[in-house]
Design a binder for this molecule. Structure first.
Ligand code: ZN
Length: 190
């Protein structure tokens, strides 16, 4: 993976190697690889040889029904998961409000989902569409194939997980544990 100035990156994405850059704000050094620690846009300072990730820029945006967002799962309950809505897809504009997102169990996929822990876990980074807005409360859906989990960490060792041949299954790179998720077609394998 070769990143350019302005590229949108996610936590854990490799930005470069330590011989190329000094790891700046929003990054960390992982055994010689510089990785992003946040969702944001790459900023390369070629003079200083630093690489950073900036969380947000531009004019604030209000969410609308039909928008696609990136967020992170903050809680998994019996009937719904809570989502920290981080940003709109395809723009670096920050959100005008600190929206509170949630996905009801009926809005995860087409057909029946037995339990929400088969779809999401705390810390998962997801893509979802806005289906309803009430003040700063936003109902989200991941029924669309492109929606769902983009990046997940193993619940046992916190290593990043990879897709397998099986639909909606991920496997930990580090400890080989398999877990179920509502996996997006845009899932990011490292
Ligand atoms: Zn693991």
């Amino acid at each position: 993976m070769k990143v350019k100035d302005g590229d949108f990156v996610m936590p854990g994405d490799v930005l470069g190697i330590i011989e190329q850059f000094l790891p700046g704000e929003g990054t960390y050094d992982n055994e010689g690889y510089i990785k992003s620690s946040i969702l944001g846009n790459v900023q390369i300072n070629s003079k200083m040889k630093t690489i950073s990730v900036m969380p947000k820029s531009g004019k604030p945006a209000l969410l609308e029904v039909g928008d696609t967002i990136y967020g992170q799962i903050t809680d998994v309950k019996a009937q719904r998961v809570n989502v920290n809505i981080d940003r709109l897809k395809n723009t670096t504009r920050p959100l005008a409000l600190p929206y509170i997102g949630a996905i009801h169990i009926s809005q995860v996929k087409e057909g029946y989902l037995d339990k929400l822990t088969d779809a999401f876990r705390i810390g998962d980074i997801i893509e979802a569409t806005v289906v309803k807005i009430t003040g700063d409360n936003v109902d989200l859906s991941t029924v669309d194939k492109e929606c769902g989990v983009l990046k997940a960490m193993c619940t046992r060792c916190r290593g990043y997980m990879q897709t397998t041949e099986k639909e909606n299954e991920l496997q930990c790179k580090r400890c080989s544990k398999k877990e179920k998720r509502e996996v997006s077609t845009n899932y990011v394998n490292e």
